[in-house]
Design a protein around this ligand. Structure first.
Ligand code: UD1
Ligand code: UDP
Length: 403
């Protein structure tokens, strides 16, 4: 019998380490025919292709090639391009991840085509609607049929917003599945050594939030703080393309390049990045994913943001929100070893992808008529049968041991 087709959407750097473990688990299970759709929101080799090779991801079945643009342009282009694919293939469900523009765009398309939407990493809230990601999270979650959350705060947020309990499932944090899949290669990787760095004797920096990097004033403050941190701790800073452009536009690139203790590099691949982070003394970031990875690895994380949608990384982990003006003092504290230790939150265990597959089988393999009571049986959507070829994904064992 032909297997049901499901679409898995990837768009930007933080999506790849979330969809890769899911694609591997779906392939091993074999119940569905998973087709990867890449919207092309990120397109530079070091923001996209690098992760396909690092994480052993299959070639996308569809590449929408939407590229950069304003929020409306990007969202609109994804909607137009994905609508055609979704109409042609009528997947049994479409899985969207995270909170980028493509996530919300695809969710809107599916909702109107009556294609069930599954949101991986649902329920996170910064309660800060000046962040474009918060808008994407709200839109996606209100439309999603199945909401897979990483932590109890996610469940609570969704309940408070009136999402029916039957749609919410806590599956854990899938980013750490990628870490566990790649652990051997991350530990064997030579990136730290090749940069002349020693374990525990440097910091890693990533910055790309518009509120930090787009305007000159906040960016200049961060540049000045990083220069001072580098006086007592060498820093490695893989620079996001948004930040690279802004540093150049505001004439600030030279202020970082001229500091001997700061090594500016292009964005690095997943294995290289995790090799650097796993041996770092501390991490300075405004990234969502990096807050989680540092909690998992028990590395001090200084998040230069006024809020986080990932509060569990503070309540249980090593993450602390740091006002930019206090960065030097807090980094000195962390570098001296005066920083709270953390523990791994529940279900951040490298097994999230397996729980996602179990959820999909439970919800979509045994269809019930439209209109059926979801609380009695969560699989309230008929599944169109679909034929097609199986996507080639390297076996997980082979992936782990690849050089
Ligand atoms: C996007 C996401 C953000 C996520 C981040 C991860 C939205 C609203 N934002 O932000 O949530 O944290 O990705 O990295 O979806 N650019 C390139 N090459 C690329 C991609 C982007 O040069 O491959 C440059 C372009 O100038 C572009 C700018 O970066 O205009 C911003 O890209 P965009 O995808 O709009 O937002 P990000 O800042 O990357
Ligand atoms: N990352 C990477 N190379 C880099 C910077 C980041 O591989 O140079 C990975 C890292 O695993 C991180 C993920 O990309 O958790 C998330 O990317 P980003 O910070 O761009 O997005 P966010 O999580 O803030 O949405």
């Amino acid at each position: 019998m032909a297997r049901s087709v499901i679409h898995v959407i990837a768009a930007a750097r933080p999506n790849f380490m979330k969809v890769a473990p899911l694609l591997h688990a779906l392939r091993e299970d074999g119940s569905f025919e998973a087709r990867l759709v890449h919207t092309g929101q990120h397109y530079d080799a070091n923001m996209s292709d690098a992760f396909f090779s690092d994480l052993g991801m299959p070639e996308p079945a569809h590449h929408l090639g939407i590229g950069s643009g304003s929020h409306a342009e990007q969202t609109g282009r994804v909607m137009i391009a994905y609508e055609a694919v979704a109409q042609a293939e009528r997947p049994a469900c479409t899985i969207v991840v995270g909170d980028v523009n493509s996530t919300a765009a695809v969710a809107m398309v599916c909702a109107k085509l009556l294609i069930p939407v599954v949101h991986l990493e649902a329920g996170l809230r910064s309660f800060d609607r000046t962040m474009p990601e918060e808008i994407n999270r709200l839109v996606t979650d209100v439309l999603a049929d199945v909401l897979w959350t990483p932590s109890p705060d996610g469940d609570e947020n969704l309940r408070r917003e009136g999402i029916p309990e039957s749609r919410i499932e806590r599956v854990g944090n899938i980013m750490l599945d990628s870490y566990e899949l790649m652990r051997e290669r991350i530990e064997a990787d030579g990136t730290m050594h090749s940069m002349g760095l020693a374990p525990g004797a440097y910091g890693v920096v990533t910055l790309h939030r518009p509120a930090n990097v787009d305007e000159r004033e906040p960016l200049a403050l961060l540049v000045s703080q990083l220069r001072q941190v580098a006086e007592f701790l060498p820093l490695v800073f893989p620079v996001h393309p948004r930040t690279r452009k802004s540093l150049a536009a505001h004439g600030l690139a030279g202020e970082l390049e001229s500091v001997p203790g700061i090594r500016l590099v292009d964005p690095v691949g997943y294995v290289q990045f995790m090799n650097l982070v796993s041996h770092a003394r501390l991490v300075i970031t405004d990234s969502g994913g990096v807050q989680e990875e540092t909690t998992y690895l028990d590395i001090p994380c200084l998040t230069v943001r006024p809020n986080t949608e990932r509060p569990v990384t503070i309540s249980e982990g090593t993450n602390r929100l740091v006002p930019p003006a206090e960065l030097v003092g807090q980094a000195r504290r962390a570098a001296s070893g005066d920083w709270p230790r953390g523990r791994k939150p529940e279900l951040w265990d490298g097994q999230t992808a397996a729980r996602c597959v179990a959820s999909l089988k439970h919800r979509f393999l045994f269809p019930t008529p439209v209109g059926a009571d979801l609380s009695a049986n969560p699989s309230a959507h008929p599944i169109p049968s679909a034929a097609g070829t199986r996507t080639a994904v390297p076996a997980v064992a082979a992936l782990k041991s690849r050089p």
